[in-house]
Design a protein around this ligand. Sequence first.
Ligand code: NAG
Ligand code: NAG
Length: 369
Amino acid sequence: MEQNNLILFFMSYIFICHLIFFTLAPQAEARAFFVFGDSLVDNGNNNYLLTSARADSPPYGIDYPTHRATGRFSNGLNIPDIISERIGSEPTLPYLSPELSGERLLVGANFASAGIGILNDTGIQFVNIIRIFQQLQYFEQYQQRVSALIGEEQAERLVNEALFLITLGGNDFVNNYFLVPFSARSRQFALPDYVLYLISEYRKILLRLYELGGRRILVTGTGPIGCAPAELAQRSRNGECSPDLNQATDLFNPQLVQLLNNLNAQIGSQVYISANAFAMNMDFITDPQAYGFVTSKVACCGQGPYNGLGLCTPISNLCPNRDLYAFWDPFHPSERANRLIVERFMLGSTQYMNPMNLSTIMLLDSTTT
Ligand SMILES: *[C@@H]1O[C@H](CO)[C@@H](O)[C@H](O)[C@H]1NC(C)=O
Ligand SMILES: *[C@@H]1O[C@H](CO)[C@@H](O)[C@H](O)[C@H]1NC(C)=O
C-alpha cells in the first residue's frame, strides 16, 4: 500500500513535470507573427539601409540579452519582442536580415522600418526607409518563399492562422505635418482634414493586409506623442504635453477605432483589433511613480531639456537604471514601459483592447482550429 502510493506519487509528479514543461516551453508550432509599421516595432530592418533613422550603435540595446545594439529603438526588448515572448515564439527577425531563411521563415517576419508613416511623403528626411507599400510587397515575396518551402496550401494556412501587428500614424504627425512650421501638408490641410485623409489611406493598407491573408490584425492607435520628451523639449515651456500634437491624436484615434469597427462589420468577422496605445501610455505618463518610474518626462538617453533634443548616441547622457525611466530615448519607451504596454495587450479591458484582448484571442483561436 505504502509503496503503491509512493509510485502513484512519482507518476503524478512526472506527469505534472511534463505538463509544466509542455505548457511553458515555446511550442515548435507556435503561431506565426508578422509585424508592420514604424520605429516602435522595427526589429532592425533599417540596419540594412542607408538612412539616418537607425538604432544600431550603443547605447541602444544596452539591456538586450546580448547587450548589443540590434536596431531596436529600445534599451532592451521592444513591443513585438514581448508579444513574441507571450505567444511562446522566437522574436521576429527583420525581413532584410540574411538570417531569415529556411525554417526560421515559419516563425514569421518583421517588415517594420523606423521613420515611415501611412503616407509616402512621411519621413522623407530619412531618405532610404521601407515605406508601407514596400513592406506589403515584401510580405508577398515572403509568402512566395514560404510556399516554396512548405507548399502553397500550408503557407496560406500559416498566414491565415498568424497574428499580425501594425503600428502607423505617429510619424505622419511628428515627421510630416508638425515637422516644421508651415509644412507642405499643414499648408494643404487643416488638421481635421489631414486626419480624414490619413484614415482614408490607412483603410486601403488595412484592407490590403486582409487580402494578403491576415485574419487577426492588432492595430495600435498613436500614443500620446505630445508627451514624448522630444516634444516637451521643443514645444513645452512648463513640462505640459504639447496640446497641438495631443489634439492630433484626439482626432485620429477615435476615427481609427471607428474604421476598424466598420471593416469588421463589412467582413463579418473580428479581424481587426484596436489597441489603445494612448491610454496604455497615459497610465504611466500621468502617474509614473505608481508604476515604479522616477519620471515620465525625462528620457534616459539624450541631451538638452528632458534629454529630449537630438538623438541618443554614445556621447549622450545615459541613466544608470533604465527600469526607472518610462522613456528610453526622446521618442521611445523603455523595455519596462513596453512590458506594461504588452501586459494591457494581453489582459486589458475593452477600454484598452477592442473588441477583445490578446489572451482572449489566443483562447478563441486555440479552440476553433
Ligand atoms: C504610395 O506609393 C505607392 C507605390 O509605391 C502607391 O501605390 C500609392 O498609391 C502611394 N500612395 C499615395 C497616397 O500616393
Ligand atoms: C481580457 O483578459 C482578462 C484576463 O484574461 C479577461 O478576464 C477579460 O475578460 C478580457 N477582456 C476582454 C474584453 O477580452
